[in-house]
Write a protein that binds this ligand. Structure first.
Ligand code: ATP
Length: 350
């Protein structure tokens, strides 16, 4: 039996509710044969932390995140944190030296969604581009945002995308064995920045002759994802384009309540649902915890607990597919706790 220390940052809004559900699922794995044991250490971060302490990302939280075996994040209301009040997600991404955010989009059998044949992964750079946080006023009537693209970050993200394509090619699921990376850009308008991005990706592509490489304009890609989602395997992009496309993917595959993600680097990683704090349903116990539970499954895979990761993913898709326990976002009436209980029950059925 292996014991792992997990640093949990529940954050704001529905973050604490959904991370509690994921912790219940992870805790339950200890009673499986040779199942892992998890020790959770909860640390403050987010808008609530800013209100109570004046700093949305205390140094002690960052130290704990680096010390733990992995990190699980709920949701953070970063838009409400004033400039100078701390930047939790950026601090995690820069501090943990993550190379990219990996966001799978997969339709689930039995769950109604706009596309029943999407099975792709969006790999997105997360520290630069339009989210570099360099903005300034030019006089009173003009404002500029600086879009930083570096060869180093683009190369790191591209390598993550090609590695994902290889991993998926090796997986036995016949629907996602395409082995293809699609790099998304707008080089016609952004000649220098996306020019450098594409040059960096092309150079990485030569190291992966077994993986097909193609490019798309961001606008064409968004339309093609809707018209022909089955074409895509791994979609690679810069920060903002990747953010938008991952919501397109989540929307095609039954919504934010199921969209998981991992921000992965060479040494550290953290895992979080794609959704935000959902203030409209926070505190009601009705949020869909599946995105966070699936993010925890990605974490299990990353720390090497592959069988447990597969079991958790299968339990989530089976429970959702049976349509007995579904939260309001998927047309059901189940509470977060009820669907979590159903997932745990299924995990221990065999
Ligand atoms: P933020 O400002 O933190 O991004 P938001 O409400 O603008 O929050 P999301 O939290 O991503 O953005 O949610 C958008 C909508 O989707 C909300 O109306 C919310 O009710 C719904 N939603 C998001 N996550 C979930 C979830 N896990 N379960 C159920 N509904 C959700």
């Amino acid at each position: 039996m292996t014991t792992y220390t997990i640093c949990v940052l529940p954050g704001d809004g529905i973050g604490p509710e959904v991370t509690d559900c994921a912790k219940r699922v992870l805790d339950s794995l200890a009673s499986l044969d040779n199942g892992p044991i998890f020790e959770f250490e909860t640390y403050p971060a987010g808008h609530g932390t800013f209100i109570s302490s004046g700093n949305a990302m205390p140094d002690s939280t960052m130290v704990a995140a680096k010390k733990a075996d992995s990190v699980l994040v709920g949701a953070m209301d970063v838009a409400q944190i004033p400039s100078g009040g701390g930047d939790p997600l950026r601090s995690l991404r820069v501090g943990l030296e993550v190379g990219a955010s990996v966001r799978p989009s997969r339709s689930i059998k039995g769950v109604e969604s706009p596309a029943d044949n999407i099975d792709c992964v969006i790999v997105r750079e997360v520290t630069e581009g339009l989210y570099s946080r360099v903005e300034y006023m030019v006089g009173d009537d003009a404002a500029c945002a600086v879009r930083i693209i570096t060869r180093k970050a683009s190369t790191k993200t591209a390598r993550m995308a090609f590695e994902q394509a290889r991993l998926r090619q090796k997986a036995t699921n016949p629907t996602h064995n395409k082995g293809r990376v699609t790099a998304v850009h707008k080089v016609g308008a952004l000649k220098l920045t996306d020019g450098l991005f594409l040059e960096s990706v092309k150079s990485v592509a030569t190291e992966y002759p077994d993986i097909e490489y193609e490019t798309r304009n961001i606008d064409a890609c968004a339309m093609e994802m809707i018209r022909e989602p089955e074409h895509f395997d791994v979609i690679l992009s810069t920060n903002t384009f990747g953010d938008i496309l991952s919501d397109v993917g989540a929307g095609l595959a039954a919504g934010l309540g199921l969209a998981a993600s991992g921000c992965i680097g060479e040494r550290w990683a953290y895992f979080e649902p794609v959704h935000g704090t959902a203030p409209d349903i926070a505190g009601k116990g009705i949020a869909n915890p599946c995105a966070t539970i699936l993010s925890a499954a990605m974490m299990l895979r990353h720390i090497g607990e592959i069988d447990c990761a597969n079991s958790v993913e299968n339990a989530v898709t089976t429970v959702l597919g049976h349509n007995e326990f579904r939260t309001g976002d998927l047309g059901g009436t189940a509470t977060s706790s009820e669907i979590t209980g159903a997932i745990i029950k299924l995990l221990h059925k065999s």
